[in-house]
Design a protein around this ligand. Structure first.
Ligand code: MG
Length: 455
């Protein structure tokens, strides 16, 4: 998959991502789907209306009517697609900066397309031969204004409303000017929480913060938690399919700790959970302690969701999966990432204990990361090969899904070429910083020696 990459197609609008490209992707998707109706939504980006218009034209040109949902979270578009039994196109760049936009494609089951389906659309795109409809069969469009409301109703039905309302929680919310600004405040209020917000008006300039919910972007939320004496802080990315949390003291909670806490509360012996190859030791430990299997995929939510479907088809139970970036998947609800639903599941955990107590067992891990630069493709290949030799020579369990990961039981180390820079990234995680540093240093030394000797 060159066009769709690990999490859809994204780029700086008009430089990398042009209206023409969006039109061609929409026409190719409409050609492969061959359906008479498609849902179309967007996040709050300034370029959203322009790209929605070209996507609508592409879809209509191959005979699909278009349901325009306007600004909705990606999981709201997915909920609509599943309810109506129509595929969907979402114009969003998720957590990327304001100048970016992109396309996510959703099947008629409300689930992001599998790698296989995306490849079919990618090859239709490269063939550049859309199945244009006759003039009188081209699609019409209509505006659907209730998709956000229907999504909130679905969320309320899926969450443990009674327990959350009984706990009388105060939620500080930072939707980051994204699509979640239109649904999450109402959802948490209807769950029975008191809600205080910051950066809660939809604004494609993202004046208050960048769409990515990482600690450095979220200082407003920490202040809001303290100022309002909230029980928890919740932050979304631009299309609100992710949730990152702050505890009741206004401290940032690592996404890996949240994922481990949610997995611990959800997994039983014999279950399988799925994460990417850079998965935290926290989830490794939870899976081991529970007696659940942990399956790893290449990095990217599309890969994780594709693997969940394969496991389910093979009869495995996969109640929870995801990554430490706030993208958690509860397949019994839907095989998607949903920031509001993830937050509701976290609220369920803090009905009995404070947020800091809930995540305390999953703190106390250290991550170390270093880069090894390479000059050219030959040197890159040498470094990867040496990493492989080193990995196989250790006592650990080697995973070769994406670079080389070695699990030692108490710690892991991963060497993986970056997709964007001429470096091999070396990561490690352990309970003790010393242990993680030692693993990274050992592997970096091997790679640097290989680079210095010219292979
Ligand atoms: Mg997102």
């Amino acid at each position: 998959m060159q066009v769709f990459g690990s999490s859809g197609t994204r780029g700086r609008v008009t430089e990398e991502l042009t209206p023409d490209f969006v039109l061609r992707v929409a026409a190719a998707a409409g050609t492969v789907w061959g359906v008479d109706r498609v849902a179309l939504g967007r996040d709050t980006r300034l370029t959203g209306p322009m790209l929605v218009n070209t996507a609508a034209s592409g879809l209509a040109s191959v005979g699909a009517d278009v349901d325009r949902l306007g600004i909705v979270p990606t999981p709201a578009l997915q909920s609509y697609a599943a309810d109506e039994g129509v595929p969907g196109v979402m114009i969003t760049a998720s957590h990327n900066p304001p100048a970016y936009n992109g396309i996510k494609l959703v099947g008629a089951d409300g689930v992001e397309l599998s790698v296989e389906r995306l490849e079919a659309i990618e090859s239709a795109l490269l063939d550049d031969d859309p199945a244009y409809a006759d003039w009188d069969m081209t699609g019409r469009d209509r505006t659907v204004e209730w998709a956000g409301r229907a999504y909130i109703r679905e969320l309320l039905g899926a969450a443990d409303r009674e327990a959350i309302a009984a706990a009388d929680l105060t939620v500080a919310l930072d939707p980051g000017h994204g699509a979640g600004a239109l649904t999450s405040p109402e959802f948490f209020r209807e769950l029975g929480c008191s809600v205080h917000t910051v950066n809660a008006h939809p604004d494609g300039h993202f004046p208050g913060r960048d769409p990515e919910p990482v600690e450095t972007n979220l200082s407003d939320l920490g202040h809001l938690v303290r100022a309002t004496d909230a029980d928890v802080g919740v932050a979304h990315d631009g299309d609100a399919d992710r949730a990152i949390f702050f505890d009741e003291t206004g401290s940032y909670i690592e996404g890996d700790a949240t994922l481990a806490a949610l997995a611990d509360a959800t997994l039983s012996a014999g279950d399988t959970t799925v994460s990417a190859v850079n998965v935290s030791q926290r989830l490794v430990d939870v899976a081991a302690a529970t007696g659940a299997d942990l399956e790893l995929t290449p990095i990217g939510s599309t890969r994780i969701m594709t693997r969940i479907r394969e496991l389910q088809q093979a009869g495995e139970r996969v109640p929870v999966a995801g990554e430490g970036n706030g993208g958690v998947i509860f397949p019994a609800y839907r095989i998607n990432r949903d920031g509001a639903y993830t937050a509701a599941r976290f609220l369920e955990l803090i009905t009995e204990a404070s947020a800091s107590e809930v995540v305390a067992p999953y703190n106390g891990y250290a991550n170390v990361r270093r880069n090894v630069h390479y000059k050219d493709e030959a040197e890159r290949a040498t470094l990867v090969e040496r990493a492989g030799e080193w990995a196989r020579g250790t006592e650990g369990e080697v995973t070769t899904i994406d670079g080389y990961r070695v699990d030692f039981g108490d710690a892991w180390v991963l060497a993986r070429p970056s997709g964007t820079e001429p470096v091999v990234r070396v990561y490690a995680e352990a309970h003790e910083r010393e242990r993680a540093t030692e693993l990274v240093d050992r592997l970096v030394e091997v790679l640097e020696a290989a680079a210095a000797s010219g292979g």
